[in-house]
Design a protein around this ligand. Structure first.
Ligand code: PBG
Length: 326
């Protein structure tokens, strides 16, 4: 036999030498859930090991992550029911705890890369990403709310906004609002191909943000569609997105690969809450090795083409790398 592929698998060293993909802490963004108040941390029951933090606790968490080499954070607010309304007005009140906390985080850690979430659902009584009228999600009217939200977030000093709402035209709209207000340096990581997925369940538990009626299928993509992601990619590319994201990650590796091949922009993938929960749950039962499953998943996401991986495993994976001295 001329070709014996096993020769390159003979020892750990040759396996390392020939390894094509290695996930490092530089690739990772850690999503964090922010509580109002202080002295609070509460574990998300469907996401063991993941906590909602009040600002003071979150600063400690960020500090620990930074020292492990994880330097980018996507921060989501946990909003009390009494603060919610139909128009998500608290999302752009300057004294709202989310905005004040973002400013405090950037002040404490100027070198941390902070990403925010732009969508109405955490602040909406309807639990939808856009304005609801007669059971429908309005598109163009929602853009105005998203614009106010994005601007308020940019004013806190964050580095990048993450529109996760899937309204049409929002990247162009938000880019214009940011630029007109002097925030030309604030980036946009667009949730380009965000699918109407069952894998967001634990996240909605964490934020108590599940839709009060219906589902998100009129704005999030149909999981059965592949080519449609290229339309979303093209729009976001033309509208000025800095990063294109695919979400969820593991069931959508083909989409990651397609966007990577088609657009010369960095590609992010969101390894979502349900993907985290599955590994944790099976691990707790002893049905699989959770650490190896985590590493294999992250490696597969990068191998498919993701330059950036948003993952709840970020800190845990960084700890493993540290002990391995990579
Ligand atoms: C909402 C939003 C969701 C996630 C991020 N932003 C949930 C949804 O669209 O219902 C999901 C993240 C996760 O599951 O980890 N705009």
């Amino acid at each position: 036999m001329l070709r014996r592929p096993r020769r390159n698998r003979n020892s750990p060293t040759i396996r390392n030498l020939t390894q094509e993909t290695l996930v490092t802490t530089r690739d990772l963004v850690f999503p964090l859930f922010l509580l109002e108040g202080s002295g609070n941390r509460s574990e998300v029951s469907s996401m063991p090991g993941i906590f909602r933090f009040s600002l003071d606790q979150m600063l400690t968490e960020i500090e620990q992550c930074m020292s492990l080499g994880v330097k980018s954070f996507d921060i989501f607010p946990v909003v009390e029911e009494s603060y919610k309304d139909k128009m998500a007005t608290n999302s752009y009140q300057k004294d709202f705890f989310y905005l004040k906390s973002l400013a405090a985080i950037k002040k404490e850690f100027p070198e941390a890369h902070i990403i925010t979430d732009v969508a109405m659902d955490p602040y909406s009584v309807d639990g939808h990403d856009g304005i609801v009228q007669d059971g429908k999600i309005l598109n163009d009217e929602t853009l105005e709310v998203l614009g106010k939200m994005a601007l308020a977030q940019a004013e806190t000093g964050v580095d990048m906004i993450g529109p996760s709402d899937m309204m049409d035209g929002r990247v162009a709209y938000l880019r214009k609002v940011l630029d007109e207000n002097g925030f030309t340096e604030v980036g946009i990581m667009s949730y380009t191909a965000k699918y109407a997925s069952a894998f967001y369940g634990p996240f909605r538990d964490a934020l108590d943000s599940a839709p009060k009626f219906g589902d998100k299928k009129t704005y999030q993509m149909n999981p059965a569609n592949r080519r449609e992601a290229l339309i979303e990619g093209q729009l976001d590319f033309e509208e000025g997105a800095d990063v294109l994201m695919v979400k969820p990650a593991l069931a959508y590796l083909d989409i990651i690969s397609d966007l990577k091949e088609t657009y010369p922009l960095p590609i992010a993938a969101y390894n979502v809450s349900g993907e985290y929960a599955m590994i944790k749950a099976a691990g707790e039962r002893g049905w699989l090795d959770p650490k190896r499953s985590m590493e294999e998943s992250l490696t597969a996401i990068k191998r498919a083409g993701a330059d950036i991986i948003l993952t709840y495993f970020a800190k845990e994976y960084a700890l493993i790398l540290k002990n391995r001295q990579i």
